[in-house]
Ligand binder design. Structure first.
Ligand code: NAD
Length: 479
């Protein structure tokens, strides 16, 4: 029987088509998951709205709401291995990385418990005989729509602040990774969270996702995923006049300057693109190097890339597992073929690995491409796989122009021993996050989001809770 999901205050199998969940490391279907019909989506949203308005949720004091978040965090910590397994079996990330992400999800709930208890209302200066108090109110029902690459962290990043802010959440996970959301919902239930506060609606974006956003009870949407999907969601949100927080794609520049510690920089570049098989929105997929050091740097990168251990995600020594699906692996392979047609040289990788261990899984070799310009399609479009394009630059102005010559603006890395220069370049780059002499260093307490086509709004940090609240000013006459 298909797995159930929580909607309208109970776990149901759903009257929609059954979703098959496939393990990308083996190609085998390991679970069937129920999905909701359009009536069930409408009912779930109506119930979520009732739950948002119920005094038992709406009137909770911040410390009481924080208590729920602490209990959920403890539940995640206890269920860490199960959560990690649930993600690994669906998106192929190594068990080690999945465990780290589950631990990070628990930390996110703890952080927003603290934010919830300590965020203050405001008393703005009066311009007359009155007192004005600005409070921050929940929207009601928040639709959270998430991708498959890191559901454990992405979903915590939305659900924790949205609940802390007093909303109820209807979560639509990626059709590729439903199990982590179902596990999270179980943990929330066991933590005592009342039914209807968190619902999960599995299914495809084109039917469950669009139907969810059409429900009048949905008052805000928080989306992480591809830029084209984000654009479609923004159009729906604009028509409905509801706010949309959008965390979208990237094609982030990673920069090595002449005075960098080249070996440390190359290690950072290799991790920055290949960790998680490049399926990371902040993957440093375009590497800019001084023209005179190009060949030397490519040689080091190739050596490092070829020493990465591919294998089954459960293997204790495995550094990289498969891509998240066979379909996605084929898309990555098509991009590498396109690079060849565009005149690229493949410095390493460029094909599936050989060996019986890899035959049935969605594996692909870490790939380094040279010989193109930044205008090439593979340097402009998000591949979302283990593919690095190396591009030479001539001087700082040329570097900044090329780095910014992209539709995206999510992240950037700079390796140098000159912090003044790093600061100057950081200020000139269009990106929501810049790393200097490190890469992919992330903190729940720092705002995260994109410039340009990489998104609208900032998750994480204090602003990550304000995202799910609307300001209300109440005036008291003092005459
Ligand atoms: P996707 O856009 O295909 O899907 C994301 C989610 O949206 C899924 O749940 C999907 O079912 C749903 N969806 C699709 N069409 C929809 C529609 N019309 N209406 C409502 N929902 C719809 O993205 P993906 O392939 O799952 O994830 C990869 C993308 O996510 C990459 O572009 C990556 O850069 C991006 N991403 C961004 C961040 C960030 O924080 N900026 C983080 C992780 C991933």
């Amino acid at each position: 029987m298909a797995m159930k999901f929580p909607a309208s205050g109970r776990w149901i199998t759903g009257a929609g088509p059954v979703l098959q969940s496939t393990n990308p490391a083996t190609g085998l279907v390991h679970a069937e998951i129920g999905t909701p019909s359009s009536e069930e989506i409408a009912q779930a949203c109506a119930f979520a709205a009732e739950s948002a308005a119920a005094k038992s949720w709406r009137d909770l004091k911040p410390h009481q709401r924080a208590d729920y978040l602490h209990r959920i965090a403890n539940g995640i910590s206890h269920g860490l291995d199960d959560l990690a397994q649930a993600q690994m079996i669906e998106n192929g990330k190594t068990l080690k990385e999945c465990r780290q992400q589950a631990a990070s999800a628990a930390a996110t709930f703890r952080y927003y418990a603290a934010v919830c208890e300590t965020m203050e209302s405001a008393v703005p200066p009066s311009r007359g005989d009155y007192l004005v108090v600005t409070t921050f109110e929940p929207y009601g029902v928040v639709a959270a729509i998430t991708p498959w690459n890191s559901p454990l962290t992405m979903e915590a990043q939305k659900v924790a602040p949205a609940l802390a802010a007093g909303n109820t959440v209807v979560l639509k996970p990626s059709e590729v990774t439903t199990l982590p959301s179902l596990s999270l919902a179980r943990i929330c239930e066991e933590a005592g969270l009342p039914s209807g506060i968190l619902s999960v609606l599995p299914g495809y974006g084109r039917d469950v996702g669009t139907s969810l956003l059409a429900q009048r009870e949905v008052r805000m949407v928080s989306f992480t995923g591809g830029t084209e999907t984000g654009r479609a969601i923004a159009q729906t949100a604009a028509k409905r006049l509801i706010p949309a927080a959008l965390e979208l794609g990237g094609k982030s520049p990673h920069i090595i300057l002449e005075d960098a510690d080249i070996d440390a920089a190359c290690a950072g570049v290799v991790d920055g693109i290949f960790e998680g098989m490049g399926q990371s929105c902040v993957a440093g997929s375009r590497l800019f190097v001084p023209r005179a050091r190009h060949d030397e740097i490519v040689d080091i990168l190739v050596r490092k890339a070829e020493s990465i251990r591919l294998g089954q995600p459960t293997g204790p020594d495995t550094e990289l597992g498969p891509l998240s699906s066979h379909h996605h692996r084929d898309k990555v392979a098509d991009y590498v073929d396109l690079a060849r047609k565009e005149g690229a040289s493949i410095a390493t990788g460029g094909s599936r690995p050989s060996g019986s261990e890899f035959d049935n899984g969605a594996f692909y070799q870490p790939t380094i491409i040279t010989g193109l310009t930044n205008a090439a399609r593979v340097c402009q479009e998000e591949i979302f796989g283990p593919v690095l394009c190396v591009l030479p630059f001539d001087n700082e102005q040329d570097l900044v122009e090329q780095a910014n010559d992209t539709a995206f603006g999510l992240a950037c890395g700079i390796w140098t021993s000159d912090y003044r220069r790093a600061w100057r370049i950081s200020r000139a780059i269009d990106a929501g996050t810049v790393w200097v002499n490190t890469y992919k260093q992330l903190s729940i307490s720092a705002p995260f989001g994109g410039f340009k086509d990489s998104g609208i709004g900032r998750e994480k940090g204090l602003s990550g809770m304000r995202l799910y609240q609307q300001a209300k000013s109440t005036y008291f006459s003092m005459k």
